[in-house]
Write a protein of this length. Structure first.
Lengths: 298, 307
């Protein structure tokens, strides 16, 4: 730390405070204007998405007047459902179902298997533990993209299925690592007490450890949900049939069709992101805390 | 499972705990083995072979031919450079913006929670959707939102520009929308770091009548060290994975102005069926990411021990 010498100590106190107050006032005003400008710029794409989804298609791509909230209707939403209502185009409900199944299995299955692995690595003594831990940590920095091509080659026979879209993502080195570091940081007393009472590792995990592990479950669930709900690269490589197409892939297909109906594309987008936003607004505190705590652990 | 002769001396695992430990590790361990470890080894194996789905030529050993082809291809260098440029711009810019936003929302003020939520909101938007919205914002003619805004605020002095269609601006356009989507995540991490800085330090600075800049430079930044190290490392790795936006907005174009290594890998393997070439690209991709991670870790750790 460098020491900071008071530069204006000699000036009369009243003058300084007066000048300071004025300066602070000006600064506050600037910061308010700046904040407002940033907020407007930041929310513009979201507002555009919402208003566009409620407008006749021809008025979505229409310069600044696309943001005018006039001629609003829910027509585009009905249009999306009608647009996707045959086997050839796929059913809108099916895109949703596919995305929901993928995320549910990746999050639910992932919580179970990765929690078990994290606990075994953090608390149990078994042969090979150190080696496995080392491998898991090494795999954390291996991005999915680095193995996408061989996986595509390996699983070619499972193309156009729902299960091929979730199977590779249930076990996750990153999630195991989060569970591992959380469990390793828990105080051991309760578990030791449980062991004295004759509880085995399974019972200890279930009755003593899990009730105290809500934060890490929230982190892992939120992070794995966000990545599986937005997953794009893998479906691009593995899915051709609209019947098993998840939402992000389908919106890419939809916006590439000609003639494109932008109002309906935006309505599709709102429907795709709305449940996530609702969940986010309800669990905002968890979201923020889990992301932040993950960072501090890492 | 148990070989008593090789049992470790430090910890004497009981037979029962051995079995339980292995059983708990088994489901995730199998998954990692099948879907991460095996494919990774296979990537290296495939990259040394000629494997093409669209070719009648059977798979065969090809030595380093795939890599030779890569390292003599201008397209490959262009993709690599695009990746590096993207990372070199996004990492510092996004980190700086994340600090600014975090400082902005780290205040006690009415409505600040709304602002915080707003900045974080794009993080929950799938990139595919973000790309679709911004495709319209960047629309080339006067109908595009950005062109229309620029034209209005300059009273007609700035004419429409084809942001994604001009090689000079395509990558920059992708960068701006990527930062919009991603900065909220970094902001939250920095915010958590800010709230961990002791108020005493700021009081001490106030007593020394430190200026705002001095306070930021000598109290805030050092206090954010660990958060920033994390933010920089994560942003670097994420920025190398750039794919979704490219696939939807530019398909690597115009020309090869926005091609990336991952985009090229997918085009080779998936579109052209050239799995060997695609695998070689992902091996190079991993080598680059690994090198960057290790270099960064070393640099940042060394600095930490010095400080």
């Amino acid at each position: 730390m460098t020491t900071i010498t008071p530069a204006r100590a000699a000036a009369p106190v009243a003058a300084v405070t007066g000048r300071r107050r004025r300066r602070r006032h000006a600064r506050e005003r600037i910061s308010f204007v700046l904040t407002a400008v940033i907020a407007v710029l930041f929310s513009a794409p979201i507002i555009y998405l919402i208003i566009g989804s409620l407008k006749p298609s021809a008025q979505v791509l229409d310069g600044l007047s696309a943001l005018n909230p006039d001629n609003l209707s829910l027509q585009n939403y009905g249009g999306v459902v009608r647009q996707f209502s045959s086997t050839a185009t796929g059913y809108f409900a099916d895109f949703y179902l596919t995305s929901v199944i993928i995320s549910a299995v990746v999050v639910g299955g992932g919580l179970i298997v990765n929690c078990l692995a994290g606990y075994a690595l953090a608390r149990l003594r078994w042969r090979g533990r150190r080696l496995v831990l080392l491998i898991v940590i090494a795999l954390v920095i291996l991005p999915f993209q680095a193995i996408a091509v061989p996986l595509f080659y390996l699983l070619d026979s499972a193309r156009d299925t729902v299960y091929v879209q979730f199977l590779p993502f249930i076990a996750s080195a990153f999630s195991i690592f989060l569970f591992y570091s959380f469990f390793a940081g828990l105080p051991k007393e309760f578990e030791e007490a449980a062991a004295i009472d004759g509880a085995g590792p399974w019972r200890t995990l279930l009755r003593v450890v899990l009730p105290n592990a809500k934060p890490v479950f929230a982190s892992v669930a939120i992070l794995s949900f966000l990545s599986s709900w937005s997953s794009f690269l893998w479906p691009v490589m593995m899915v051709d049939q609209p019947g098993v197409s998840p939402l992000p892939l389908q919106i890419a297909v939809f916006q590439g069709q000609t003639p494109v109906n932008w109002g309906e594309v935006f309505a599709f987008g709102v429907l795709m992101v709305a449940p996530v936003v609702v969940v986010f607004v309800i669990f905002q505190r968890w979201f923020v805390r889990s992301v932040a705590s993950t960072a501090i652990k890492g | 499972m148990s070989k008593p002769d090789a049992a470790s001396r430090a910890s004497r695992p009981s037979g029962r705990e051995n079995i339980t430990g292995a059983a708990m590790m088994a489901p995730a361990g199998t998954g990692l083995l099948l879907f991460v470890a095996v494919p990774f080894v296979l990537a290296i194996w495939l990259s040394l072979h000629f494997v093409n789905f669209n070719s009648i030529v059977p798979s065969r050993w090809d030595g380093l031919q795939q890599y030779r082809e890569l390292f003599t291809s201008p397209m490959f260098y262009r993709s690599l450079i695009n990746n590096l440029v993207f990372a070199a711009v996004v990492v510092p810019l996004q980190t700086a913006l994340a600090i600014a936003l975090a400082l902005l929302v780290n205040r006690k003020m009415r409505g600040i929670a709304v602002l915080r939520a707003l900045f974080f909101l794009p993080v929950v938007f799938p990139m595919a959707l973000v790309a679709v919205i911004w495709k319209l914002i960047y629309s080339p003619d006067q109908l595009g939102l950005l062109n229309s805004v620029l034209n209005t605020v300059t009273f007609g002095h700035v004419g429409p520009h084809d942001w994604l269609g001009d090689p000079a601006t395509a990558l920059a356009a992708i960068i701006v929308m990527s930062i919009w989507q991603g900065v909220g995540l970094q902001m939250i991490i920095v915010l958590a770091g800010l709230q961990g800085i002791s108020a005493d330090l700021y009081e001490a600075a106030a007593i020394d009548s430190a200026s705002t800049w001095q306070r930021f430079r000598h109290v805030t930044l050092p206090g954010l060290r660990n958060s920033l190290v994390f933010v920089v490392m994560v942003t670097t790795i994420l920025s190398f994975q750039l794919f979704d936006q490219i696939y939807i907005l530019t398909q690597g174009g115009p020309g090869d102005a926005t091609s990336t290594i991952m985009y090229q890998a997918v085009t080779s393997a998936f579109t052209e069926g050239d799995v060997g070439q695609g695998a070689a690209l992902t091996v190079v991709f991993f080598a680059v990411v690994l090198t960057l991670t290790l270099v960064q870790r070393r640099l940042l750790r060394e600095e930490r021990t010095v400080a």
